[in-house]
Ligand binder design. Structure first.
Ligand code: SAM
Ligand code: DTB
Ligand code: SF4
Length: 368
């Protein structure tokens, strides 16, 4: 049962969301136990592979170039840097790495070729690889799939009605298309939203209804509480009460019984009791490690302690789907072939000149 037919209308979902809290949590816990092992929680680590300087105007986002935030912009990381970070995440118990780039959309360029190599390398480490790179077309999704990408994260963020209050540079429809492109390529879909941006409860429900309308709803639904960052248009938003996070997790749990509900951004503002109620209400995943993309998150050690106290265990990788096979990427193979040929040519030229008695030319650096 991918979608709970009892709750496929706005009225039914609103009534569910507004139930007495403990009844809602009890119903969610019951559904959770029917479809999932309630002790298992997936630990996924985020890594910002390209930070800041984004042309979009998402009102919540510290990485938009137009807002004056304290985020340090960085160009794309190297494959080696990503592998190093992935090793650290794996050693700390994470079974998934989610690579985020502050891009409006993926472009077919050298940076994307490098991302393909990152996906290949992390998949080879037996970690689930997720990416969130902005808009994707069908070809790009297929390339990522062939590289071994397990999941693609692309959030609807809120309801279609409230969306325009937060973002103007990209349409709701564009987001739906990207999700569809990932789906068509056979990539697991991770898509959810943010609460606490000034939306009404109806908008939270409206977002869930958008997922209900999909032929196949997302396998993973992240629920973020807004991290209000100084310099963004939403900097003054009052933090939401953790009860609201619990309600949103529980309602999503009941509405989409098979999906993994992710307790995402905002955990630094929650106490352990609040998080425990989220796990009871069906959260099956957290982002682990002291940083989300650019903002703080609880440290690995803190979460380890919480898992011990609550009796939770980290979920193994590929528990919810087979490890994708990495297939050779024609663009990267062609580039490697060219590089090998060039190296051969250089070697042959060097050998020939040495044979003819020429010494390699000395290069003198001139310093002013
Ligand atoms: N640039 C890509 C995109 O927008 O699809 C990928 C990265 S973007 C940072 C990924 C998601 O992070 C956003 O869709 C949003 O849901 C979430 N996010 C960004 N800033 C946030 C904030 N301040 N608080 C909570 N969630 C946030
Ligand atoms: C998602 O829904 N939440 C994560 C992940 N998908 C990419 C991102 C949260 C970002 C919070 C703000 C920041 O750290 O920049
Ligand atoms: Fe750019 Fe993504 Fe941030 Fe929007 S959420 S400004 S697209 S990085």
């Amino acid at each position: 049962m991918k979608v709970n037919p009892k709750y496929n209308t706005k009225e039914a979902l609103l009534e569910l969301y507004n139930k007495p809290l403990l009844e809602l949590v009890f119903e969610a816990a019951t559904v959770h136990r029917q479809f999932h092992d309630p002790r298992e929680v997936q630990m996924s680590s985020l890594l910002s592979i390209k930070t800041g300087g984004c042309p979009e105007d998402c009102g919540y986002c510290p990485q938009a170039a137009r807002y004056h935030t304290e985020v340090d912009a960085h160009k794309l990381m190297s494959v080696e840097q990503v592998v190093e970070q992935a090793k650290n995440a794996k050693a700390n118990g994470s079974s998934r790495l989610c690579m985020g780039a502050a891009w409006r959309e993926v472009r077919d360029n050298k940076d994307f070729d490098n991302v393909i190599e990152m996906v290949q390398a992390v998949n080879a480490m037996d970690m689930e690889v997720c990416a969130t790179l902005g808009m994707l077309n069908e070809n790009q999704a297929q390339r990522l799939k062939n590289a071994g990408l397990f999941a693609y994260n692309h959030n609807l963020d809120t309801s279609p009605e409230f969306y325009g209050d937060v973002i103007s540079t990209r349409e709701y429809e564009d987001r739906l298309n990207t999700i569809e492109n990932a789906r068509k390529a056979g990539i697991s879909v991770c898509s959810g939203g943010i609460i606490g941006m000034g939306e009404a409860v109806e908008d939270r429900i409206g977002m869930l209804l958008s997922y209900m309308a999909m032929e196949t709803p997302p396998e993973s639904i992240p629920i973020n509480a807004l991290v209000a960052v100084e310099g963004t248009p939403l900097e003054e938003q009052k933090p939401i009460e953790q009860w609201e996070m619990i309600r949103m997790v529980a309602t999503s749990r009941i509405a989409f019984p098979e999906s993994v509900i992710r307790l995402s951004a905002g955990r630094t503002k929650m106490n352990m009791e609040g998080q425990a109620l989220c796990f009871l209400a069906g959260a099956g995943s957290i982002f682990a490690g002291d940083k989300l993309l650019t903002t703080p998150n609880p440290e690995f050690n803190e979460d380890k302690e919480m898992f011990d106290i609550l009796g939770l265990i980290p979920k193994a990788s590929f528990a919810d789907g087979e490890k994708p096979e990495t297939k050779p990427d024609p663009i990267i193979e062609a580039r490697k072939k060219k590089e090998a040929e060039r190296a051969e040519e250089l070697k042959a030229a060097r050998e020939a000149s040495e044979k003819n008695g020429f010494q390699p030319r000395k290069v003198t650096t001139i310093v002013d």
